[in-house]
Structures are given as structure tokens and as C-alpha cells.
Ligand binder design. Structure first.
Ligand code: URA
Length: 192
């Protein structure tokens, strides 16, 4: 199965299907480990991801690692990380519909090949892709949804949103994330 994934990755690394191919430095296909039961889908590469070719390595990524660590999870042993689109939009603007469309096949292949048991849908852009009928991350976060191949999907706040909202008080975004990650870990521990 990883051979299939490697073939898709190779295709993605030389993709020219949208204009982001002209401005990108590196394609960011995935991070973490493929043989994971847990997949996290983020938005799009930012500056550092584009430099290094690895998802979630900037400030938001460092916070994501801390959040995972809090419940004993890590990208080295538990999580496969990818994004809705694989190339950085200029100035980190939101991906355009045509960019999402061009990139759709790669995310679809990642899900089809890996068949994760739990999918974390990180932020509004990923929410729009995975659960287009939901009306915003604030309402959808923390709830379990039926995902592809019998998986369970939970929308969660994007770590860059948490970076802009520092309060840890009950009901704050950080506090809500803490509730969500504990619930995710509980479900992860039930998997055999
Ligand atoms: N934000 C994302 O959504 N993905 C990344 O890879 C980095 C920052």
C-alpha cells in the first residue's frame, strides 16, 4: 500500500495542475507516519512548510506538537499529517476553489490508500473540504462525524487560531481544544 502512496507522492511532487506550482518552493505532501490510525488534515503549507517540504513545522506546527504531546501522542509514532492543498498560496491567503479542485485527487488518494480510523479536520478550510454542509469550525468542533471507510472524523480548531487566542479560561478556544484532544485520545486508545 505504501508503494501506491509513493507513486501518488511522486506525481504530486511534480504537479503543475494549478498556478501555485509557479510560486511554490517545495510541495508539502505529508508528515508523520503512514501506518497510523490517526490522520490530521490541515489547511495549506505556510512559509516554513514551503521551505522544508514538511507540514506543520512553523509556529502553528510547534503548538500542534505540544497539543499532541499533552495526551502522549506524537507525529513520529501516532499521526499521519497532511493538508487540504499541497502547495503554499502566496502570502498565506486562503486556497482558491480551483486550487482545491486541482489538489483534491491527492488528499483523496491519501485517505483511500491509508484508510485512517480517526480523521482530525483541522480548521475551517479542512472543514469545508471534508464536511461541506457544516457551518463553521466553532459549531462543528468537538463533535464526531461519520467519515470515509467507517472512520470517525472530528473537526478541531486550527492551532494558528489558538495562537491568536491566548486565554486558557473555561470555554476559551484553548480550553475547548484541551477537551477535544482528551476525547480524541480516549477514542484512539479504543482502537486495536
Ligand atoms: N497550517 C496548516 O494548515 N498546515 C500546515 O502544514 C502548516 C500550517
Amino acid at each position: 500500500m505504501y508503494e501506491e502512496l509513493e507513486n501518488i507522492k511522486e506525481k504530486c511532487l511534480s504537479c503543475q495542475k494549478c498556478t501555485l506550482a509557479k510560486s511554490r518552493n517545495k510541495v508539502v505532501f505529508s508528515g508523520g507516519i503512514p501506518n497510523s490510525k490517526l490522520m490530521l488534515i490541515g489547511e495549506a503549507p505556510g512559509y516554513w512548510e514551503d521551505q522544508k517540504g514538511v507540514p506543520f513545522v512553523g509556529k502553528a506546527g510547534q503548538l500542534l506538537d505540544k497539543i499532541l504531546e499533552c495526551v502522549g501522542l506524537s507525529r513520529e509514532k501516532d499521526v499521519y499529517i497532511c493538508n487540504t492543498i499541497k502547495c503554499r498560496p502566496p502570502e498565506n491567503r486562503n486556497p482558491l476553489p480551483e486550487e482545491k479542485l486541482a489538489c483534491e485527487e491527492y488528499l483523496k488518494a491519501q485517505i483511500d490508500i491509508l484508510k485512517p480510523r480517526i480523521i482530525l479536520v483541522c480548521g475551517n478550510i479542512a472543514l469545508n473540504t471534508m464536511l461541506p454542509n457544516e457551518r463553521g469550525i466553532t459549531r462543528a468542533r468537538g463533535k464526531w462525524f461519520d467519515g470515509p471507510y467507517g472512520s470517525k472524523m472530528m473537526p478541531i480548531f486550527h492551532p494558528s487560531y489558538l495562537l491568536r487566542n491566548d486565554s486558557k479560561e473555561k470555554g476559551s478556544p484553548k480550553w475547548l481544544m484541551w477537551q477535544d484532544i482528551k476525547e480524541i485520545k480516549k477514542e484512539y486508545d479504543k482502537l486495536n
